[in-house]
Write a protein that binds this ligand. Sequence first.
Ligand code: ADP
Ligand code: MG
Length: 469
Amino acid sequence: MVDKHSGLWDQCLRKIEGKIGANTYGTWFAQTSSSQLDDRLAVIEVPTSFFVDWLEEHWVDLIRSTIEEITSWSPEIRFSVRKNAPVSAGAPLDFSTTDASAPSRAPALPEKQDVPPPVSEAVFPLNPRYRFEDFIVGESNQFSFTAAKAVAESPGATSYNPLVIYSGVGLGKTHLLQAIADYCVRNGTASRVVYISAEKFFTDYLKAIRKQDTSAYVEIYRNADILLIDDIQFYVKTEACQRELIHTFNTLYQLNKQIVLSSDRPPSTLKGFEDRLISRFQWGLVSDIDRPDLETRMAIINHKAGDHGVRIPREVARFMAEQIDSNIRELEGALTHLITFSIYKRAPVSLEIARDTIKSLGRVKSITSPTISIGEIQKRTAGYFNISVELLTGATRRQEIATARHICMYLCRRLTQAPLKSIGTEFGNRDHATVIHACKNIAARLSTDADFQVLVSRIQNRVQQVASA
Ligand code: ADP
Ligand code: MG
């Protein structure tokens, strides 16, 4: 009667997914099956013993109540590890203990807040993962986040029209644009919400032209209360397309409808657009997103792990965040690998597994980067402290200058391949022992002083950002 069991269990699973959301469901339930389910006994088969512990500890009440709702039975619930179970590569695990012998006793994760049902409708589907609540705010994205929130609350009614958000890849543009759209839909601040990639925006137009009927196109785009166009740099810049974009822009703008754009570079440097479009892009607010600092990256890791119903030990989050510092999408990918790895190894997430993950991704970050020069690091560090390079590298022993100098030496040591002697030379002809002393000093302070860690990682971010720009 396997079919009957699995049929009932499938019904339970569907219900469970509705209760806990797709991410947590995917992690803990997608790989379960049932070999017996009747009024006496429910046997739930799972891939590994970690699942047994975790389900027993966190989800058994939910399973019990769901079975009751579906069947009116209250059977005893048992978990059993499936023989030779393949472990799905997409399914994450585990917890915050580093003791492989003990199953986790991590506290339950906070419940996701209930999402209010939509009030109005998005014309095209949105990704439910991209909400303001899931966006971690740090110094790098604070400004764009605040502007996005203001626009979502009062579309068309702020001076941010259009709002243009630009950044490098994987830093949250799409997330923010969709979060604005999602907010408008849920809170009814706009009725017709249109989020669209520039590519689709343009192909829709071509289709309309080919059919010699632009009424549907106009209906969708020119009647939007808020139009969000993602990756405007990919818009095809033929004359006709640009004319169309200007029309849409003018129509919406005159009606006080909100326009939001994202771009991979500042609008003023977009290539191939007519000047009158570029100038329109700059009528409202242009806001950028920087690479996030270490603390923000760690917070993002914790948040994303939480989406999978998983907790990551702090030192592991820190290690991952240190290794992958330029692109949040990559950071997410690495996290998924990490969790999957821990399933394969049947061991909790640990620093060791994190190292293996990073290695397997070919992402062991080289601590040397040939593209950054000592001079550049000095310039940026001096800029950060608002002092001159001469003062930074000079002889003054004033405490704050000396600290800035030591940080700068430390960064030169970490970020370049320059020998100690050359670093010393570039710091006012000091000797190599002075550089060693400075680096040791900084390393010691970094290991005990959290504020200092934040300071140094900010400066390092700034130096590297410029170097990679
Ligand atoms: P972009 O459009 O700039 O290339 P995305 O918006 O697609 O980047 O972001 C890449 C991934 O990183 C997405 O999964 C997104 O949810 C995540 N992400 C980016 N910024 C943040 C943030 N501040 N907080 C949480 N997740 C973020
Ligand atoms: Mg994007």
